[in-house]
Design a protein around this ligand. Structure first.
Ligand SMILES: *Cc1c(COP(=O)(O)O)cnc(C)c1O
Length: 371
């Protein structure tokens, strides 16, 4: 990835301040679970944004080894990077195609998700085969052909003949709230629109759509977050295995008296003598700054609270509750993983697992566990 440190493991000589472990066996298990939850559908994998921040190369290779033969990326550059890794397999580009990208799409064997009449026209100028997905906006007002545009297209038989449409697609705004009336409203619009076209396969469900039920899946499902261990439906137990574990290395331990200030702004004061551990990662590594004084780490099953503000390169946890000698310089403290859970931490930070994962910094040492 441009902008990342190229050979991450050598650079850190096993002493990085922040360590991100990615469990590829859990990736495989989560993908297989999603595929089994969508019987009769083909199960793609959404690997946009560097596979949700976890590393396109190792993730795509693992998914391919599980039999995944269909991928979604956000844009052409992600598609080209994926094609270098996977010579076979269908790669769809969610952003669609612009006229000046047509040759590059074909050279890399990429297929656009066509979102607008302009994109449709651009792809018609390509050499055959012009394989693509047609995306209908059924109420999210983000990407996709409007119902009026879809109706106009349906009446243009020459245009329809000129494209090889693999799937008709839509995306649900509220699949993460399974009972939200918006879901059925969108599905109804989608059914109307696809009724105007020849009978074609469909693609509807993201992770939450897969779990929501058959009507929100289609012939091709497009899960992302579940593969990476995130919980797609707030308020329900997470059915997926955690994939990413973030740990910070203890750079320094210190014993302080009562009334010691900790961190920028002297934002925290100890109320009694305390033992503090400074960990070598901070907001530059994607640990949210607004978690200062609000979250916790885990050492041998025991919670250690974050105290003071999160700095760019370090943060401090109060480890007074641990037994003497339980923690030394160089040891690791878990910041998310099995506990605290990714979604729990994201919630504390006022965001979602998606944002937390995709903001993890390139400075972290990444370690892939092949289970
Ligand atoms: C990102 C994305 C997905 C994957 O959604 P998850 O909630 O991560 O499963 C599916 N479809 C589209 C159109 C997307 O943009």
């Amino acid at each position: 990835m441009p902008g990342s440190y190229p050979d991450n493991s050598a650079l850190f000589v096993d002493r990085s301040g922040g360590l991100l472990s990615i469990d590829l066996a859990a990736v495989a298990e989560n993908y297989r679970m999603l595929a089994s939850r969508a019987p009769g559908s083909r199960c793609a994998a959404v690997v946009k944004a560097d596979a949700y921040g976890l590393g396109l190369g190792p993730i795509a290779q693992q998914l391919a080894a599980c039999g995944c033969d269909c991928y979604f990326v956000a844009n052409i550059r992600e598609g080209q990077a994926l094609r270098e890794l996977l010579p076979a397999g269908d790669i769809y580009v969610l952003e669609g195609v612009a006229r000046e990208q047509v040759d590059a799409f074909q050279a890399a064997g990429l297929r656009p998700v066509l979102n607008s009449p302009r994109q449709v026209a651009a792809w018609r100028a390509a050499d055959t085969p012009r394989r693509c997905i047609l995306h209908f906006d059924t109420g999210m007002s983000r990407l996709g052909l409007s119902p009026e545009e879809a109706r106009a297209m349906a009446g243009d038989k020459a245009l329809l003949r000129s494209l090889q449409i693999d799937y008709l697609m839509t995306h649900l705004a509220c699949a993460d709230e399974p009972a939200h009336p918006m879901n059925d409203r969108q599905l109804k619009v989608f059914d109307e629109l696809r009724g105007l076209l020849p009978d074609l396969p469909t693609s509807i469900g993201n992770t939450a759509g897969v779990l929501r039920g058959e009507t929100s899946r289609g012939d091709l499902v497009r899960p992302g977050i579940g593969i990476y261990g995130g919980n797609p439906i707030a308020g329900l137990a997470n059915p997926f295995r955690p994939v990413a574990t973030l740990e910070g290395r203890v750079l320094q331990l210190r014993d302080v008296d009562a009334d010691a200030c900790v961190g920028y702004g002297a934002d925290y004061r100890t109320t009694r003598p305390a033992r503090l551990a400074t960990l070598g990662l901070g907001y530059a590594d994607g640990y949210p700054r607004n978690l200062g004084n609000r979250s916790y780490g885990l050492v041998a099953g025991q919670r250690v609270p974050l105290v003071g503000r999160v700095s760019m390169d370090c943060l401090v946890v109060d480890v007074s509750a641990l037994g003497p000698g339980a923690l030394s310089e160089g040891d690791m403290v878990q910041l998310f993983g099995a506990e605290p859970e990714l979604d729990q931490l994201a919630g504390l930070a006022g965001t979602v697992s998606y944002e937390l994962l995709t903001r993890l910094g390139s400075r972290l040492q990444r370690r892939y566990l092949r289970g």
